[in-house]
Design a protein around this ligand. Structure first.
Ligand code: FEO
Length: 397
């Protein structure tokens, strides 16, 4: 992928695939990599929209130069200044002297703080426009999706929305950059959800505000900073982000458990069997010690019911379950049906902590809450079956 990819007769994708980084934000696994999408608009005046991380910079600038034919670049539009989109900015300024950096006031504050850049700036306000020739850019400030300075840029001639992180997803560009070129769109949508949940989900309320703000635009193509460019079904990407940021869930349950010696696992199996017998939707089971939290969070965001189980560890929650519930609390996921189970040997603690967590999340806790001493008795296992069937009943309602 050495040449730019045309989006139309004037606009090219010139971004970078990152297959070197193991953890995005040093937190989230990206086994299939990630793309930093950058776009070049060739008009009477030339503009770059969105930059890239400080990797593959020579290839990136070479790709831009090969399309310019010696012309200067007039503008660099920064929709989002997080370093995965601005790490190459000094190299861009050196390669294209005289290029003005376009952003809002908060962008400029961060630009100076990150890179010490104070010159060749063009500050824009919400609704301002920039004429390039045939292409006309309009700036829509959409804060906290996912930083305070974030904005979206609408190109009205070709009806393209450059949306920043919103509508983005994990995974490098493989078969093609467009949604209709993907042979496995479901995998991309899964990685889009995992990106949304782990990176942007905390700001769901602000995503809703951003969606309301762009609703009046005639959008024929969505060009975000990560993942696919949606040219065939931009409405699909908007629909997904709308559902996820409203905390809307699919029918099904996620059971997440930890178990040191198999006793908590036995409880989990009984609950899962009872739930499966009721046939009320998908059931996903995750061992928190074996599956990265980013995938578990993604499934919890996807399905209506969450059942958490943990042994007591040093009078509290099992550490990896503790990590998971802290992440969930940080992401502020709302509107879930919850079930809880746990075990202890010489001191309780795990179930109490999980009960406090569900209460703080304002989730709908389903009876019975199960706490087993050492190993489950027949009476305990009957309660587990009851919890499974009660969760199934809630899912049916
Ligand atoms: Fe892709 Fe928030 O940076």
């Amino acid at each position: 992928m050495n040449a730019g990819i045309p989006l139309n007769d004037q606009i090219y994708w010139v971004g970078v695939n990152d297959r070197q980084t193991a953890l995005f934000e040093e937190l989230w696994p990206i086994p299939d990599g990630i793309a930093y999408n950058s776009y070049l608009i060739l008009d009477d005046q030339v503009a770059i929209v969105d930059g890239v991380k400080d990797i593959s910079i020579d290839r990136y600038i070479g790709r831009i130069r090969s399309l310019l034919g010696g012309r200067p670049v007039s503008y660099l539009v920064i929709n989002h200044i997080e370093p995965d989109h601005s790490g190459a900015i000094r190299a861009l300024c050196e390669a294209f002297p005289g290029m003005k950096i376009v952003g809002n006031k908060k962008t400029m504050d961060l630009l100076e703080a990150f890179y010490g850049i104070r010159e060749n700036l063009q500050t824009v306000n919400d609704g301002d426009t920039l004429e390039l020739g045939k292409c006309r850019l309009q700036f829509h400030i959409t804060p906290m999706v996912h930083w305070p300075e974030t904005m979206m840029t609408y190109e009205s001639s070709h009806k393209i929305l450059f949306s920043g992180d919103v509508f983005g997803g994990f995974s490098a560009i493989e078969e093609g950059i467009f949604d209709d070129e993907s042979g496995d769109i479901r995998r991309h949508e899964d990685e889009m959800l995992r990106y949304f949940v782990n990176v942007i989900g905390k700001y769901s309320v602000m995503v809703q505000k951003a969606l309301a703000k762009i609703r009046h635009l005639d959008i024929r193509m969505l060009a975000s900073t990560h993942g696919l460019v949606w040219r065939s079904r931009p409405d699909r990407a908007i629909e997904l982000y709308d559902r996820w940021s409203r905390y809307e869930a699919e029918q099904g349950a996620v059971i997440v458990y930890a178990s040191m010696y198999g006793n908590t696992e036995k409880i989990m199996e009984t609950i899962a069997n009872s739930l499966a017998d009721a046939r009320v939707g998908i059931i996903k089971v995750h061992n928190v010690s074996r599956v990265h939290a980013s995938y578990i969070l993604s499934d919890i965001w996807r399905y209506r019911a969450v059942i958490l189980g943990s042994p007591t560890y040093n009078t509290g929650l099992f550490p990896l379950m503790d990590h998971l519930v802290r992440l969930l609390e940080n992401k502020m996921l709302r509107n879930r049906i919850a079930g809880l189970f746990g075990s202890y040997g010489w001191s309780g603690g795990a179930v109490k902590e999980m009960t406090g967590f569900v209460s703080r999340m304002e989730w709908d806790l389903t009876d019975p809450v199960i706490e087993v001493k050492c190993s489950a008795t027949d009476e305990d296992l009957n309660k587990c079956s009851l919890l499974g069937s009660n969760i199934a009943q809630r899912l049916r309602e």
